[in-house]
Design a protein around this ligand. Sequence first.
Ligand code: PLP
Length: 442
Amino acid sequence: MMSRSRVRTSQKSSRVSYDMRGPLAAQAERMRAAGEDVLALNLGDPAAFGLPPAPEVVEVVRDHLGRSCGYSSAAGLPEARDAVARHYRDKGLDTVRSCDVYLGNGVSELAPLSLHALLNPRDQVLIPAPDYPMWTASVVMAGGRPVHYLCDEASDWCPDPHEVARRVTDRTRAIVVINPNNPTGAVWPREVLEGIADVARRHGLVLLADEIYADFLYDGIRHIPLATCAPDVPCLTLGGLSKRSRIPGYRMGWLALTGPRGPASDYVAALDSLVSLRLCPNVPAQRAVETALRVNDTPALTAPGGALRVRRDHLWRLLTDIPGVRAVKPRGAFYVFPRIMPGKYRLGDDESLAADLLHEEGLFVVSGSGLGPVSPGHLRMVTLPAPDVLTDATTRLARFLDRRRTTRPPTANQGRNRPPRRPCVGSTGFLPGERRGRRSSS
Ligand code: PLP
């Protein structure tokens, strides 16, 4: 007889969400399948927007496929772990050895694993708000409690370390830092990082530094690895090839443990045991690590005239040209986090804003409320698409907002007083061979 009992789900899983791929993403997919013109700016997937990986990285994986059929050691291939350790020593983390490095199927595997090894029920983890929601979800799924600390839009989305300190309780175990930041594009300066390191030092906390966007920096800004500010604090630095080498489909990430070894020895044993449960990371992708860390072509993309730099400038300018829309200019990563200011438009809550944008304009972006506790009216948009796609996206957003004005639009004469939109100077933001009018498929 067929069972009719309802399958119950865990309470934990009902408390997590990931709006980049949530119900709205499914709706966007259905609309696209029905032949509608959907512009998806929801995922930070460079490959989906036609940004190819360095050919050497693909070649080395292809050349080693025949030798990559078996499991590797649980923490990863020695040569790949060596390459990551060398990479961090070159960045000033002098003590990193290959045994401090664990490879994984993306940061998305290693972040939950590092929390499972750390947390007991109701332990708390401090997480930036807004957040890349994987962190909040991973804390919940590891049985812990996420406690958000505020990143202040008025301070270029930097947190105040004193406010971080005020959130510490006797149940706090760790502080997450995402730098450069998704979704705000902020790159936090040394004094903020040192302040946070100091909070961890004073309260005996672990630092979890998600630095997957460390190579995506604009306007000459420098990225400071958090671990360099905290050599005396246990710190896990997470990174990978999804963004740097533009191969998110290969699923390759890592974590590197720094800080005092003695006090972390139980934690290391827990990590060793958890990584062995998943047997090993994707072996073909591990073959890419050494080459990918040798070839760094991201500066060519982010320097003046580089495709990503031009796209960041283009999207930011178009967004901030829309009346009532403000955005802090991103200094890193590839997202803008604009806010539709209250008052000028009749808008529902963030969720209905994103849903209405999709239904009315075929524009799929992630709402601010999907990224943790932030003030209403925020949207996250990726800066990765070609300039004409970004123009199309902002035209849709502006048209949508225009229908919701609370005040009458300016007359033709008043309109003429608006400063003319500056054209993009320098490169076109197109990559060699890239067709104008191309649409993302993710
Ligand atoms: N961390 C941040 C801040 C991200 O934005 C992303 C993906 O967008 C990830 C981690 C996931 O990276 P991975 O592809 O290595 O799992």
